[in-house]
Design a protein around this ligand. Structure first.
Ligand code: BG6
Length: 484
């Protein structure tokens, strides 16, 4: 690992994302020894005119909100907060960024006696509307000019535009200022344990190699459900909708890892090359393979317009036009205010030909990867019902992480991804051409929704979503299996 001073600059430090995700992730990295106290300094930057102590208190409040926190935990939090300094300034004038640069440089000079380089990591916990000006300001005022060597990197988060055109505009803008190896586009689903497991499962197990194709797999479902609505962020959500919020990024990234060919190696570029090929092979979405929904009460939120057409639920079938997947529907489904909170991948196999047990109505073989909650990998299969009769029953081979890996803490997605940005590993980040290909798939449908050509169907909060979505699944060949 590199050594020397590391400055982590959290832009938008007084906002919600920073408080709930960025600072807790940094704290966990610090606690586990990944941020060395003699090297690292954290700078918060935002418009609010608050003091170092006020920012620290906000973060402390959040980090200590767990009532069961031990005295060691509070002590750790206090030590961590000492590394945080706050600088206030606007996002579009040089003044604040010059001040920020001065503070960072002082830290670097202070550490100059040490071996190693000077590293600057800018984390954008910001609304995308200010990305262009912030990038310009960093480039003008805050690049690492240290004679110690090192680097400057930026971490940006979705939404990267609203459609192909606006996303490409943003990409060109950032691309003029920073090189691709300096840009880390976060999709936090790529930091989830079981998403990171996908390549291992697929390419390190002989079982799956011959089965993972159109000859054996009937359909693939990638599902995201939340049992709460958009309360508190209706204004943001209404501008984007469920497809831009979840499907075009999180679920599509998962699809890539499920569907891609084996990469030449584990080098980030090799992996991302294969993901792009999958995206480029997706056929245009058919109108009849889309069901949109909006939960009742969504428009009661005062920040949501009375006539909003924004979907809070969508089921969309994607079809991959290549030798492995021709004819296999990839069903992407996401919804807010549903009956449960769950994210999972369900790979459903075709029926066994010439069934002599008459067991087909009990369900098919299914391979399920549950991303959350309670991470698990399980396989539904048919076995003999124990007892004197020769009858069959569906059962599971189950790898539940809680039971199998007792005492192992699964890292938070943001923690892992921030560590990757410090280490310079772009494997779990979205490359520019990947982003473009993802927008190409969804832009026509999104424009149709924005123009009012597609209307969401109303559904009850706490339900499974519109019944039309279940009907679409059945038409696509999905056979409902018994819950597990
Ligand atoms: C975010 C979306 O990207 O992901 C939110 O903007 C959503 O709407 C969240 O709630 C879900 O993340 P997770 O990790 O809880 O599944």
């Amino acid at each position: 690992p590199e050594t020397g001073c590391l400055s982590i600059i959290v832009l938008g430090a007084s906002g919600d994302l920073a408080k709930k995700k960025t600072f807790p992730a940094l704290f966990n990295l610090y606690r586990q020894g990944f941020l060395q106290p003699d090297e690292v300094h954290i700078f918060g930057y935002a418009r609010s005119k608050i003091s170092d102590e006020e920012l620290r208190n906000r973060i402390r409040g959040y980090l200590l909100s767990d009532k069961n926190a031990s005295p060691e935990h509070s002590e750790g939090v206090s030590k961590f907060l000492q590394f945080i300094k706050y600088v206030s300034g606007s996002y579009d004038t040089e003044e604040g960024f010059q001040l920020l640069d001065k503070e960072i440089s002082e830290h670097e000079i202070l550490k100059k006696s040490q071996e190693g380089s000077a590293r600057r990591l800018f984390y954008f916990a910001l609304p995308p509307s200010v990305y262009p000006s912030v990038c310009r300001m960093i480039k003008r005022c805050c690049m690492n000019r240290s004679d110690l060597g090192g680097w400057t990197r930026i971490v940006v988060e979705k939404p990267f535009g609203k459609d192909l055109h606006s996303s490409e505009q943003l990409s060109s803008h950032i691309g003029e200022l920073f090189d691709e190896p300096q840009i880390y586009r976060i999709d936090h689903y790529l930091g989830k344990e079981l998403v990171q497991n996908l390549l291992v499962l697929r390419f390190a197990n002989r079982f799956f190699l011959p089965l993972w194709n159109r000859d054996n797999i009937d359909n693939v479902q990638i599902v995201f459900r939340e049992d709460f609505g958009t309360e508190g962020r209706g204004g943001y959500f209404d501008e984007y909708g469920i497809i831009r919020d979840i499907i075009q990024n999180h679920l599509l990234q998962v699809l890539c890892l499920v569907a891609m060919e084996k990469p030449v190696s584990l080098k980030p570029e090799h992996i991302r090359d294969e993901k792009v090929k999958v995206l480029q092979s997706v056929l245009p979405i058919k109108d009849e393979e889309v069901v949109l929904g909006q939960y009742e009460g969504y428009r009661d939120d005062p920040t949501v317009p009375d006539h909003s057409n924004t979907p809070t639920f969508a089921t969309v079938i994607l079809r991959i036009h290549n030798e492995r997947w021709e004819g296999v529907p990839f069903i992407l489904k996401a919804g807010k205010a549903l009956n449960s909170r769950k994210a999972e991948i369900r790979v459903q196999f075709k029926d066994v030909p010439g069934d002599i047990f008459k067991c087909q109505k009990q369900g098919r073989n299914e391979f399920v990867i549950r991303l959350q909650p309670s991470e698990a990998i399980y396989m539904k299969l048919t076995v003999k019902q124990p007892g004197l009769e020769m009858s069959t029953v569906q059962s599971e081979l189950d790898l539940s992480y809680k039971q199998r890996y007792q005492g192992v803490t699964i890292p938070e997605a943001y923690e892992r991804l921030i560590l990757d940005t410090i280490r310079g590993d772009q494997q779990h980040f979205v490359r520019r051409d990947e982003l473009k290909a993802a927008w190409e798939i969804f832009t026509p449908l999104l424009h149709g929704i924005d123009n009012g050509e597609f209307k969401p169907i109303s559904y009850q909060p706490g339900s499974r979503g519109p019944v039309e979505a279940d009907e679409l699944l059945a038409k696509a060949g999905y056979v409902q299996t018994h819950g597990y």
